[in-house]
Structure formats: structure tokens, C-alpha cells
Write a protein that binds this ligand. Structure first.
Ligand SMILES: Cc1cc2nc3c(=O)[nH]c(=O)nc-3n(C[C@H](O)[C@H](O)[C@H](O)COP(=O)(O)OP(=O)(O)OC[C@H]3O[C@@H](n4cnc5c(N)ncnc54)[C@H](O)[C@@H]3O)c2cc1C
Length: 376
């Protein structure tokens, strides 16, 4: 089967790119390995830029039950400080968001194949990209968008994660007191081996998502219960927040090997890399979804303007490099014991710093490509 464009991965970036291209009349096939949307490891924070792009894609997050987030709160050891966010934000489960994006892609005319995993991708004769699926069938197209998120395809992988990060996500029903206290804040809790975010999502529940270095997890006995106890010991604010909370999943969902700081340098002709396959920003920024949407929009615009992928990819990298370096620098600060200890105190003295950091670590370059690139 042959299309103009093949999109591998139906998460945020893949769906966004497919909608942008289908709206411009291109024939697009999208292949997504999951038969239905499911929970993913993600803090589920939607930044202002993400909300803008989603709106242009026709996704009304409020009607899906998204919770408005107006504050960011930082807690380390026994101290906590908060500041209003400098942009509108919200939180919504990935299950709901991904389902809405796939539905929008289908409505835009994208041919979506769900429940099929891409096993390999190679350049066949006649300059066609050739994807082999798990049922042995193949799809071909002159242009492919690689949007498989954290999963690398053989031969198109990203470098190894040297810090060996492990991430977990668990939903909780917090006690009424803690739900009221958390309110409309996205709360970042800091530990000696990583950090976690807690915020309300739809249906009156809260998402706790954390990222820790493997050695910290090892010191906690390589078990979720041990890790949770250790994080609460390191950060009593988290212990307070989870006091009386009811876990809602049998066990947390988890991923490993997250190459934070990765920015793809180059690509091959006809292969545009987007989302986590283009860039992986430290999770505390809450900017990964926005980057997925941004890179999808820019790649679709590049393709429509006949800009070759090997020209597009390094340009994208240069545009995103300053914010990525800043986010990496801030992440190393969170990893430093002294910085962690004094951070909440400094932020109390100067709450504006949190707002400045929140704004500077946004990767979207206002005006670089307007959201109109998604429009008909
Ligand atoms: C711990 C953690 C917390 C985070 N918190 C936030 C946050 O609060 N806010 C935020 O904005 N970002 C956050 N992020 C980042 C965000 O989740 C990602 O950057 C974003 O999901 C990337 O979108 P994507 O489309 O590239 O990948 P995904 O959304 O993961 O989509 C990739 C899709 O490809 C499919 N796929 C994979 N392999 C194949 C294959 N072989 N064949 C077919 N399909 C395939 C998958 O099933 C998946 O649906 C967080 C990340 C982590 C690790």
C-alpha cells in the first residue's frame, strides 16, 4: 500500500502532524501500535503553548474534563513556595488526550491503523520508505514522519540515557483536605535522586508522576513501596500530600532509559523526526507535549513547503537548543543538594524566579511558525 506520507506512532506528535497534513489534502496513513488509548507515564501538565496548539487542532480540553492549573508550587525537604504561572495551563489524562487526538485525525481524513506495531523502517528502491508491520504487511511512502515517542525503531535509535532514569506514574484519590490544599497547583517535589509532580486531573483524582535515578531506586530496594517511602522521607511535604490517599492503579506504570537533553542532529532524506524522536526535555518543565505539538507543526510546514528533512532537522535543533540547555542546567540544579535545600527559601524571597524559569524553559518559539500551520 502506498501513500504520500506515512506517520509512525499515533501519540501527540504523530496525530498532530497527520491532522496538519490531511487538512492540506495529503493522503496520510498513521500506524499506532496500541489498539486503544491507555495510560502513559506523563505528568499530564498542559502548558499554555500546548493548549493553544490543541485548540487549533480542534481539541477542546475543557469539554474533556481538563483541570485548570494556575499555580506552580515547589517543595523540598520541609519547605514549600508557590507562584502563579505566567501562562494558562491545565491537566488532562493522556488516555483522554490521546483518544481525542486519534479521533481528530480520523475526522481529518487520516487513515489510521491501530493495534499494529512497526517492526522496521528502511529505504526501499525508488526512494520509498518501507515500514514492515508486526503482521508481516508493509506500507510504503516517499515521506515518513517518525513519531514513536520513547520507543526507538531499530536502526533509528537515540543515544543511551547515561543517568539511567526510571519514571513512575500512579493515580490517587487524595483525602478531601489534601485535594482542597493542592487545589489548582502543579506541585513539584524534590528528592536527592530526582523529582516528582503531583496535580489534579479529571474525575476528581490526582496524578503523581516521578523520575528518579536508578541508584536512588536501588537504595530504595528496587520496589515501588520502598521508593515511595524514601521519597516521602526525603520530602515530608509529599508525605503530607499522600496522607490518607487511595492508590487507584494496582501498580504504578513505569518506563526506563529516558535520554533527557537529546536533540536530534540529522536525518535522512524524506524522514522527519518529531516529538520525543526530535527532542527530550527534562520532565519538570512540563513542556514535552508542547514540544511534540510544536515539532509536528514545524515538520508538517517544512514538508508542505518542500523543505528537505535533512535541512529541516538541524534547523529545528538550532531553534530549540537555548531552551534545552537552560532546562538541562535547571535540572542539574535540582540534582544538587545545596541548591535543593535553599531553592524554596529563595523562591519565597523572590517568587518571580519561578515564573521566569517557567517561561524561559518553554521551548516553543513564539512567532517561529504560527499555530495557523495546523489550520485548513
Ligand atoms: C516522567 C515523565 C513526565 C512527563 N510529564 C510531562 C508533563 O507533565 N507535561 C508535558 O507536556 N510533557 C510531559 N512529559 C513528556 C511527554 O510525555 C512526551 O514528551 C510526549 O508524550 C511526546 O509525544 P510523542 O508523540 O513524541 O510520543 P508519545 O505521545 O509517547 O507517542 C508515541 C506513540 O508511538 C506509538 N509507538 C511506539 N512505538 C511504535 C511502533 N513500533 N509502531 C507503532 N506505534 C508505535 C506509541 O504507542 C505511542 O502512542 C513527561 C515525560 C516523562 C518521561
Amino acid at each position: 500500500m502506498q501513500d504520500e506520507v506515512l506517520i509512525l506512532g499515533g501519540g501527540v506528535a504523530g496525530c498532530a502532524a497527520s491532522i496538519a497534513l490531511a487538512r492540506k489534502g495529503r493522503s496520510v496513513t498513521l500506524i499506532e501500535r496500541e489498539p486503544t488509548s491507555r495510560h502513559k507515564v506523563c505528568g499530564e501538565f498542559l502548558s499554555g503553548e500546548a493548549l493553544e496548539d490543541l485548540h487549533v487542532l480542534g481539541i477542546d480540553v475543557a469539554s474533556l474534563g481538563a483541570v485548570p492549573i494556575n499555580y506552580v508550587r515547589l517543595a523540598a525537604a520541609r519547605r514549600a513556595a508557590e507562584a502563579p504561572l505566567p501562562f494558562p495551563a491545565a491537566s488532562l489524562t493522556r488516555k483522554a488526550l490521546d483518544a481525542a487526538l486519534i479521533a481528530a485525525a480520523i475526522a481529518a481524513g487520516v487513515r489510521v491503523e491501530r493495534g499494529r506495531s512497526v517492526q522496521s523502517l528502511s529505504r526501499a528502491t525508488g526512494n520509498l520508505w518501507h515500514a514492515t508491520l508486526d503482521n508481516g504487511t508493509t506500507c510504503e511512502a516517499p515521506t515518513t514522519f517518525l513519531a514513536t515517542g520513547k520507543h526507538d525503531l531499530r536502526g533509528h535509535g537515540r543515544p543511551k540515557d547515561t543517568h539511567q532514569w526510571v519514571a513512575f506514574k500512579m493515580y490517587y484519590r487524595l483525602s478531601p483536605t489534601q485535594t482542597a490544599d493542592l487545589a489548582d497547583a502543579s506541585e513539584l517535589t524534590l528528592y536527592s535522586g530526582g523529582y516528582g509532580g503531583i496535580q489534579r486531573v479529571e474525575d476528581g483524582i490526582a496524578n503523581f508522576c516521578c523520575v528518579v535515578q536508578r541508584r536512588y531506586f536501588a537504595r530504595a530496594g528496587l520496589r515501588w513501596e520502598g521508593l515511595l517511602a524514601k521519597m516521602q522521607q526525603d520530602c515530608p511535604h509529599l508525605a503530607m500530600r499522600l496522607d490518607g490517599a487511595e492508590p487507584l492503579l494496582d501498580k504504578p506504570i513505569t518506563i526506563t532509559h529516558i535520554p533527557y537533553g537529546y536533540l536530534r542532529r540529522a536525518t535522512e532524506d524524506g524522514l522527519y523526526c518529531i516529538g520525543d524522536q526530535a527532542a527530550v526535555i527534562p520532565s519538570f518543565t512540563g513542556d514535552g507535549i508542547s514540544i511534540a505539538l510544536h515539532t509536528a507543526r514545524r515538520a508538517a510546514a517544512a514538508y508542505l513547503a518542500a523543505e528537505p528533512a535533512p535541512v529541516f532537522q538541524p534547523k529545528l535543533r538550532s531553534a530549540m537548543l537555548p531552551q534545552m540547555l537552560l532546562a538541562e542546567f535547571a535540572a542539574s540544579g535540582l540534582n544538587n543538594a545545596f541548591a535543593r535545600a535553599v531553592l524554596p527559601f529563595c523562591l519565597r524571597v523572590w517568587p518571580g524566579a519561578m515564573r521566569v524559569t517557567a517561561r524561559l524553559t518553554r521551548v516553543t518559539q513564539p512567532g517561529a511558525i504560527a499555530p495557523q500551520a495546523f489550520v485548513n
